[in-house]
Design a protein around this ligand. Structure first.
Ligand code: ADP
Ligand code: MG
Length: 301
């Protein structure tokens, strides 16, 4: 097969591993910087160009679209879908998962466990919003943050009010969430391929920090997840429409709660914690699933 990887940098661990895994299995791989893809969107013959060449003949595309280029990246991916290239994750599913509020609403609709979460526009509603999620301590998040940046723990009512008002004053979209203290600064990353959790790891925040992101100094270790956690993670990815996803869970007193669903989960942490060839499993998934024009949301995105 001929596989395109949409990635801005060939040297990133995840990209390198995907190239390796695909070539080992006899596939041809091209890494395309999504910001250097340009498109002709005429209805008769839509096309994608890269450095002067028409990108034809691809069987599958693996999107590794960074949070900062979601808008343009999903447009390029949509164009691949229009010309019938099989996307490992669809553009629509990626857009859904990138918006924390939208994705929590989709998860709630499916009855999936979530931390109590509130959202408001007007500073006049802040008091009641804080009450609604059970008061301080609480977590405040920028809707489009990533890698733990834009996630704040407000220990007291006063701190919560001033942080929320400050964000609102900056016109930043935020959500306010129950703080799951019993998680003890740890979360569980479940790596999903198709409808299975193929690997999982526990991430523990460093001392004095509640955010377990590896980018924030968290450390990863192997963990055995419960059947309930496994099914929660699978349902979360499915409700987003993602084939490959990193579902992050917290262990709360009321069972597993989903914090977020990542559409481009990194491979380095999970491969080293689990010792598994996750990149190889993604390529095998493509071998099983890729068919021309096999995109569920064609025309609707
Ligand atoms: P990001 O997209 O920036 O990674 P997350 O929503 O995943 O944002 O939050 C970052 C980290 O903060 C999580 O991995 C988790 O350790 C911690 N965290 C987030 N929300 C909560 C919460 N409601 N209760 C306890 N810890 C939380
Ligand atoms: Mg996260």
């Amino acid at each position: 097969m001929k596989i395109a990887i949409l990635s801005r940098n060939k040297k990133l661990y995840s990209t390198r591993r995907l190239i390796e895994a695909a070539t080992e299995r006899g596939h041809e791989v091209a890494v395309l910087d999504v910001l250097r893809c340009y498109m002709n969107i005429t209805s008769m013959r839509p096309s994608i160009h890269f450095r002067g060449e028409d990108m034809v003949g691809f069987d599958a595309v693996i999107p590794r679209i960074g949070a900062s280029v979601t808008f343009y990246g999903t447009a390029v991916l949509r164009q691949f879908e229009m010309i019938g290239v099989y996307p490992v994750n669809e553009s629509v599913a990626i857009s859904r998962s990138r918006d924390k509020l939208r994705s929590l609403q989709l998860l709630a609709r499916k009855g999936i466990g979530l931390p109590v979460t509130g959202f408001a526009h007007s500073p006049d509603d802040v008091d009641d919003l804080i009450k609604m999620v059970g008061g301080a301590p609480l977590v405040i998040k920028l809707l489009e943050g990533t890698q733990g940046i834009g996630v704040v723990l407000a220990e007291t009512q006063k701190a919560a009010e001033s942080v929320i008002e400050a964000f609102m004053g900056l016109k930043a979209n935020i959500l306010v969430q129950e703080y799951i203290r019993e998680a003890g600064g740890a979360d569980i990353r479940c790596f999903i391929i198709g409808d299975k959790v193929v690997a999982s790891m526990k991430r523990q925040a460093q001392a004095g920090e509640f955010r377990s992101n590896l980018h924030r100094g968290g450390s990863a270790s192997l963990i055995k997840i419960t059947p309930e956690e496994r099914s929660t993670a699978v349902r979360a990815a499915r409700s987003m429409g993602l084939n490959v996803a990193g579902v992050d869970l917290l262990r709360s007193n009321h069972g597993p709660v989903v914090m977020e669903v990542n559409s481009s989960p990194g491979l380095q942490g999970i491969e080293s914690a689990s010792g598994k060839d996750v990149a190889g499993m993604i390529i095998e998934f493509i071998e099983r699933s890729a068919r021309p024009h096999r995109t569920q949301t064609r025309g609707k995105g």
